[in-house]
Design a binder for this molecule. Sequence first.
Ligand SMILES: Cc1cc2nc3c(=O)[nH]c(=O)nc-3n(C[C@H](O)[C@H](O)[C@H](O)COP(=O)(O)O)c2cc1C
Length: 273
Amino acid sequence: MIIGGFRIKHLIIDENKCIGCGLCKQVCIRDNIEIMDKKAVDVESNCFDCGQCSTLCPTNAISIKAYSNQIDRVEEYNPDDIPVSYDDLLQFYKQRRTCRWFKDEKIPLDVIEKLMEAAYYSPNRQNIQDVEFALVEENLDDFIDHVYDIIRAKEDEFFRIKQVGDYLRDENRNPKRHPLLWEGQQLLLAFSENKTDAVIAMTRIELMAYTLGLGGFHSLFIGMAEEVDNDKLMEFFPEIDSNKHMYAAFVIGIPRVKYRRTRPHKNIKLTVK
Ligand SMILES: Cc1cc2nc3c(=O)[nH]c(=O)nc-3n(C[C@H](O)[C@H](O)[C@H](O)COP(=O)(O)O)c2cc1C
């Protein structure tokens, strides 16, 4: 990367540790590393801090300048030990259910913060890491009003949206039958400039939530607000860069029901050509 006419090195390579094996050069997709005099050298190419070199180095000789304040977050592990078996993970996927019925109790913020770890370790395009989240709880009613104002444009297409309007206008409404939230009291939203990045991160959060006995559902209709008018939607979040889109909406809570079995599914179609 060139800033103000100067090339900026992204890597810190410890010459004393480097054994010149060249693995880092092999895996770098930006041609940022050369082996010179049996040592790896950052040749100041187009590094995007993906860290492949540093995670593969047999002597831990490489670190990334941009993250030098995060050295303590780097953990060594035995690459031959895969911590979850196929069968365990499959069983976990089988047991995950969409849950819409929650206890009248909020998930504490420190637990929500624990879930963010799942997003922290998510892959993302060009290592941009621009996915961010909002937890809407205190302002949930206002947010739903805002969403309804946007998605009512599709009221004729989806009976559910019409139901939301009827519900919001009904003075005697039963808060247990909210057509968008059901019993949900907390809404987790993911924002990014790229849909895939946001959806991957939110999906991981959903699964992580399940490990903690939490549950929830992705919301098509809250998500639809992004499709109809993202600019207006983002007016609710002046704290968030308005170039980002709300690409994932997950109603999260503490389940008050326990699911006992899987359900039948359509077979997955796989085309091989
Ligand atoms: C993108 C997406 C949008 C969804 N939207 C809603 C929704 O608006 N309301 C709802 O109650 N469930 C919603 N769901 C949950 C699905 O209905 C649920 O995943 C499906 O019925 C399969 O059930 P399972 O998740 O328990 O396997 C959504 C799921 C996804 C992936």
